[in-house]
Design a protein around this ligand. Structure first.
Ligand SMILES: [Mg+2]
Length: 370
């Protein structure tokens, strides 16, 4: 997918206001001196906080809700089945489909979809995280009826290679690389299909390339470590690293970051992610997309965001705080989340998308349907 406008200047305006409640406590009011975008940037945490945080994140059980007598009160059977108990607080979006649809009456649904673990299975080799033809057909069908955007930590080009649907809009690098095609279903003429690019971290690109080279070199001795250049962020995958070496990976990455004070570290599913310290994430990207696509009226639009990862929580939180729309967490295990609903796996995501299409088709007169 090629860029149709110069990449040095953002062509779209930033959201006019970002709720102060979305700002992390460490956000400063300074702009990055090189950045043309009016984004704030965040001070890096101290080394000890970073490593301690990683040790917590790297232990899978730490991200999951542990069953507790005090957490759930539905009786002994639920204590033995924490997932079932969790569904009481984060119900299945399939089981709750009628309720979701009821809240969409008279509104346009806007869909935001993460890629890895949401549309594709999590696999050992991130280069082979292919989506199935059936899932691609489901996304293509749903995009005929609803404005649909892919919001991924991957580079925009790479996630487009996986998805291969030109009718969507794409936000890569955790929303730091947004290409708007005319995702609004009411604007389907060729003239309307003007593509627009927004890259709030464009000035960080040389720094990211340098950090990528340093991280490749630093982790060369760690068997199974895989460093991926996602354009505006670098992902260090440790899924295939022996567990006893996870600490070493975290320490090596943090050592590299000492030379890059304008880069920060975040975490995902068996991945450490290095990205610019600007105050921008998937939640900000969703707000930006809603505004840019003129979908930010809560009275007429119901945004639905589906994702499986920690980084998707920023988007869930935005929808929850806007009191508009809902997040759907994809997880086979109980997790603390800002999402309102859950789905167990990409297969259920596909089922949910198919259900949306069937519902919409039933609403339309036969002669309108394709
Ligand atoms: Mg994901």
């Amino acid at each position: 997918m090629s860029d149709h406008v110069a990449q040095s200047q953002p062509v779209l305006s930033m959201p006019s206001s970002v709720p102060s409640t979305l700002m992390p406590s460490s956000v400063t009011s300074k702009r990055h001196p090189c950045s043309s975008a009016s984004v704030t940037y965040i001070s890096r945490r101290k080394l000890v906080e970073v490593v301690d945080g990683l040790l917590g994140v790297m232990t899978p059980s730490s991200t999951h809700i542990k069953p507790s007598v005090h957490s759930f009160s539905d009786g002994p059977s639920d204590e033995l089945c924490p997932y079932k108990a969790w569904l009481a607080t984060c119900p299945s979006a399939l089981a709750s489909f009628d309720r979701i649809i009821a809240s969409a009456q008279g509104k346009k649904i806007a869909l935001f979809l993460d890629y890895d673990g949401t549309l594709s299975p999590i696999v050992n080799d991130p280069e082979k995280a292919f989506m199935s033809p059936e899932m691609r057909a489901a996304v293509k069908n749903v995009a005929k009826f609803f404005p649909t955007a892919i919001v991924s930590g991957r580079s925009r080009d790479k996630v487009f290679e996986f998805v291969q649907l030109k009718e969507l809009c794409y936000a890569g690098s955790h929303g730091m690389d947004i290409m708007l095609s005319s995702a609004d279903s009411e604007s389907k003429t060729e003239d309307d299909k003007e593509t627009k690019l927004f890259q709030p971290a464009s000035e960080f690109l040389p720094m990211i390339i340098e950090a990528y080279d340093s991280l490749v070199e630093a982790t060369r001795s760690i068997t199974g470590a895989n460093v991926e250049n996602n354009k505006f962020c670098v992902s260090v995958h440790y899924r295939n690293v022996d567990k006893q070496d996870w600490n070493s990976v975290a320490q090596l990455v943090d050592d590299v970051l000492k030379s890059f004070p304008h880069l920060k570290l975040t975490t995902g599913r068996k991945v450490l992610e290095v990205r610019p310290v600007i105050d921008w994430d998937k939640g900000k990207a969703v707000e930006f997309l809603l505004q840019s696509l003129r979908l930010d009226d809560p009275e007429s639009v119901l945004p639905i965001y589906i994702g499986d990862d920690r980084t998707d929580e920023d988007a869930f939180k935005v929808l929850r705080e806007r009191n508009c729309g809902c997040g759907i967490l994809v997880s086979q295990l109980p997790k603390q989340t800002q999402a309102f609903y859950s789905l167990r796996a990409p297969s259920e995501v596909m089922e949910f998308l198919d259900s949306l299409v069937r519902w919409k088709e039933q609403q339309q007169p036969a002669h309108v349907q394709e």
